[in-house]
Write a protein that binds this ligand. Structure first.
Ligand SMILES: [Zn+2]
Length: 313
């Protein structure tokens, strides 16, 4: 008789079943979809159950308000269903995978750990199912993104929808609504909250009323403060430890939307992408304002000084 022993306790296996692990799992799937899709994908809707320990919590609100836009997503909703209402396509895939693994083991083969299962599955080349291996280090990326303190999100326990339109900011409400999506509707009294405001982080007495604002209030009055950054200016922006040249297309508080050019290899040749590649960056990601690149045949090149800057930063 063969005996199989699970060497890791169930508690340990589940320790990473949290919002950071969730984003680590969403990331490669989103990236593959965004790369392979003919149409530009800029919206993500997550439908999940809503355990507080896993992802109905302020850490998830923070990640939701900051992570996906760095991938190029512009709108996100996370919708929590009640327990046992969450069955969908993923459960079907899970069932199919489990059956394959069961059959394999019943045939006398061994699958002793997750890596065994993964190797077994990728070698099966199952049609329409692609397998991704998510490592501890992939989850650590998201651990490191979380600041030491994240503002409390009052009333999150009752929340069934979190919406994102602008970096650092979320709306949340008791029930989901999409009646005007991708515009924000006023149904079910959405509450607006900034997740990157650390002054709220240690407050235990945050009143929901004090942060409730209507969507109609435009933050445009703050835009004038960004004196050195104005729409149309060219900048060097840092993203993922790489530098990009782009033009400012929108200003929203500390977030600046930039249409980035595509660099030709490592040369001083920059072109506009076929479709505008407008992504919000935090103003801290902007390395420098530069002059407008000079036209050169069908591309553009940075001035000598800016090119030097681009290579020195
Ligand atoms: Zn609505």
């Amino acid at each position: 008789m063969q005996r199989r022993v699970l060497a890791t306790s169930l508690v340990d296996l589940h320790k990473d079943h949290n919002e950071r692990a969730a984003w680590a799992h969403i990331k490669p799937v989103m990236q593959e979809m965004m790369q392979n899709s003919v149409q530009k994908i800029d919206t993500l809707h997550v439908l999940s159950d809503g355990p507080v320990t896993q992802y109905r919590n302020r850490a998830n609100c923070f990640l939701l308000s900051s992570v996906p836009y760095t991938w190029g997503l512009k709108q996100i909703t996370w919708n929590y269903s009640e327990r046992a209402h969450g069955k969908g396509a993923p459960d079907g895939v899970g069932g199919a995978v489990k059956r394959m693994a069961d059959n394999h083991v019943h045939g006398g083969k061994d699958l002793q750990n997750p890596k065994d299962l993964y190797e077994f599955l990728i070698n099966r080349e199952v049609e329409n199912i692609r397998f991704k291996w998510i490592d501890e280090s992939d989850i650590n990326v998201f651990n490191e993104m979380l600041p030491p303190s994240v503002p409390k999100v009052p009333g999150l326990l009752k929340t069934h929808q979190i919406l994102y339109f602008c970096p650092g900011e979320i709306y949340y409400r008791d029930l989901s609504c999409f009646c005007q999506y991708p515009e924000m509707c006023e149904c079910f009294k959405p509450t607006k909250m900034r997740m990157d405001d650390s002054s709220n982080a240690n407050s235990d007495h945050l009143q929901p009323d004090s942060i409730q604002e209507t969507y109609a209030e435009s933050p445009s009055t703050d835009v004038e403060k960004n004196e050195e950054y104005t729409v149309g200016k060219f900048v060097i922006v840092s993203y993922d430890n790489k530098l990009f040249v782009g033009q400012i297309t929108k200003l929203l508080l500390d977030n600046i939307e930039i249409n980035c050019m595509v660099q030709h290899g490592k040369r001083n040749v920059f072109k506009w992408p076929n479709k505008p590649d407008c992504i919000f960056y935090h103003r801290e990601q902007i390395a420098s304002v530069i002059s407008e690149p000079e036209p050169n045949q069908r591309a553009a090149q940075l001035t000598k000084y800016d090119w030097l800057l681009f290579n020195e930063i």
